[in-house]
Ligand binder design. Structure first.
Ligand SMILES: Nc1nc2c(ncn2[C@@H]2O[C@H](COP(=O)(O)OP(=O)(O)OP(=O)(O)O)[C@@H](O)[C@H]2O)c(=O)[nH]1
Ligand SMILES: [Mg+2]
Length: 261
C-alpha cells in the first residue's frame, strides 16, 4: 500500500529534519511489525511556503519531495499538497516538532483495522501547559465550545466526540478528499476539514496524543487574529448550513438539519 505524509512548512529549518527522521524510523520499524503482511511505501511531501531559512533544502536532504507553494496560508499549503499526494492513506502534521510523528503507523493500523475514514488527534488530552500559551489555550476553548454548541446536531448524528477542533494531525483515506469540499486557505481549513467529514457522514474518530512545546522556529499562528478568523469561519459555515437546510437540505447524503430549526 502507498502512504503519503504531508507537512506544511514556513521557516521550520530547526525542526523539519528531526520530524522527518523520526517519522521515517517509525514507519520503517512498523513495516516489519504492524504492516508485515502489506508494508507501506511512504512518500513524504513537504509543502513549503518559500521559507528563507533553508527548510526546503533540509527537507530535500531527508528525501522529501518539496513542493513550493508561494501563495500564503496553512490551508492553501495542504490543499496544494492533497492534489499531489498519491497515497491510499494520507497522514499530516506540523513541521515544528510538536506532534508525535512516531504515532502515525499505529494510527494508520487503527484506521484500517477499524474500517474508519478519518482520524483526528486530540492535543488537549494530556496537554503539558508549556506546549500552548495561555492565549492559545483560551482561543482553543472558545472555538471548541462554539463548535460543540453550534454544530451539536451534526456532531451527535456523526457520533464523533470532537474535543480538539484545531488539531493539525490527521490520518485518513484518500477517498475522503473526493467526498468533501475545502475552501479555506488559512488556519480555518483545519476546522473546515473536520466539519466536512462530519457533514458527509464519514466514519471518524478522535485519538488522544501527546503534544509538545514548539522548540524550533517562530510561531506563525497569531492567537487573536487567527482565533477571530477561525470563529468567523465557524459562524459563517453554520449560517450557510441553516440557509441551505431552509432551501432543501445539506449535504447530499449527509445528516439533515432537524425540522423546525
Ligand atoms: N507552506 C506554508 N506552511 C505554513 C504556513 N503557515 C504555517 N505553516 C506551517 O504549518 C504548520 C502549522 O503552523 P504553526 O505555526 O505550527 O501553527 P500552530 O501549530 O497552530 O501554532 P504553534 O502552537 O505556534 O505551533 C507549521 O509546520 C508551519 O510551518 C504558510 O503560510 N505556508
Ligand atoms: Mg504547530
Amino acid at each position: 500500500m502507498r502512504g503519503s505524509l504531508l507537512v506544511p512548512t514556513l521557516n521550520e529549518a530547526a525542526t523539519i529534519g528531526h520530524v522527518l527522521r523520526e517519522f521515517r524510523t517509525a514507519a520503517l520499524a512498523a513495516n516489519g511489525t504492524l504492516f508485515r503482511d502489506d508494508p507501506i511505501d511512504w512518500e513524504t511531501l513537504v509543502i513549503d511556503g518559500a521559507s528563507t531559512d533553508g527548510t526546503a533544502e533540509r527537507a530535500a536532504a531527508e528525501g522529501a519531495r518539496v513542493i513550493v507553494e508561494r501563495r500564503p496560508g496553512y490551508g492553501r499549503a495542504y490543499r496544494t499538497g492533497f492534489a499531489e499526494a498519491t497515497g491510499a492513506v494520507l497522514a499530516t502534521l506540523d513541521g515544528d516538532g510538536t506532534y508525535p510523528a512516531t504515532e502515525i503507523p499505529r494510527l494508520v493500523r487503527k484506521l484500517l483495522d477499524e474500517n474508519l475514514d478519518f482520524l483526528t488527534c486530540n492535543r488537549l488530552a494530556f496537554l503539558d501547559r508549556r506546549a500552548m500559551t495561555t492565549e492559545h489555550r483560551i482561543g482553543n476553548w472558545v472555538l471548541n465550545s462554539f463548535l460543540r454548541i453550534a454544530f451539536a446536531h451534526y456532531l451527535s448524528s456523526s457520533g464523533l466526540r470532537l474535543a480538539d477542533s484545531q488539531s493539525g494531525m490527521w490520518v485518513f483515506r484518500r477517498e475522503v478528499l473526493d467526498r468533501i469540499h475545502l475552501t479555506q486557505d488559512g488556519m480555518p481549513m483545519s476546522e473546515e476539514l473536520k466539519i466536512e467529514v462530519i457533514l458527509h457522514g464519514l466514519k471518524a474518530e478522535e485519538v488522544p496524543i501527546r503534544y509538545a512545546e514548539r522548540w524550533g522556529g517562530p510561531p506563525k499562528l497569531s492567537s487573536w487574529q487567527d482565533g477571530r478568523r477561525n470563529l468567523l469561519f465557524l459562524l459563517t459555515k453554520r449560517l450557510e448550513l441553516a440557509r441551505q437546510a431552509r432551501g432543501g437540505g445539506y449535504p447530499i447524503g449527509g445528516p439533515q438539519e432537524p425540522a423546525g430549526r
